[in-house]
Design a protein. Structure first.
Length: 138
């Protein structure tokens, strides 16, 4: 592996069986989970706190390491290492900074374009863990 891997820390926030996804103004039709790149010397948890405060005006709570996903970054098109924490939020998320929109999804929304890391890795993982809403009504 070379140095060109983009490191990103993000939060999988699930409420009522739905995952919080956000899109950037640069690509408003592509949704992914909130987070960002760590600054020098930052711990992953610190990155998440800073990014969620900047982008959504909330504080992450109950952070738990969920997974490390290797995938191509949806916007940058470069190799990405995504460290995902499950989290709850203190406050109501409102898109700010570079965010265009936020929504809650169970991953089955018609026409919703999800970043590859979310669609191919995170959604299946959350389903396996029973965190996402299932169509069984239970």
């Amino acid at each position: 592996m070379d140095h060109a891997v983009m490191k990103v820390v993000a939060a999988a926030v699930v409420e009522d069986g739905k995952l919080l996804v956000v899109s950037k103004q640069a690509a408003p039709d592509v949704f992914y989970i909130p987070g960002g790149k760590p600054e020098a010397g930052e711990q992953p948890e610190e990155t998440l706190e800073r990014e969620l405060r900047e982008e959504l005006g909330v504080v992450p709570d109950a952070l738990e390491h969920l997974a490390v996903v290797e995938e191509t970054a949806a916007l940058e098109g470069v190799p990405m290492q995504l460290t995902v924490f499950s989290a709850t939020l203190i406050g109501d998320p409102v898109p700010a900074a570079e965010l265009a929109a936020l929504r809650w999804t169970d991953g089955r929304d018609e026409g919703l374009r999800l970043a590859p890391a979310v669609e191919h890795h995170l959604l299946p993982l959350l389903r396996r863990k029973g965190m996402l809403g299932t169509s069984s009504g239970g």
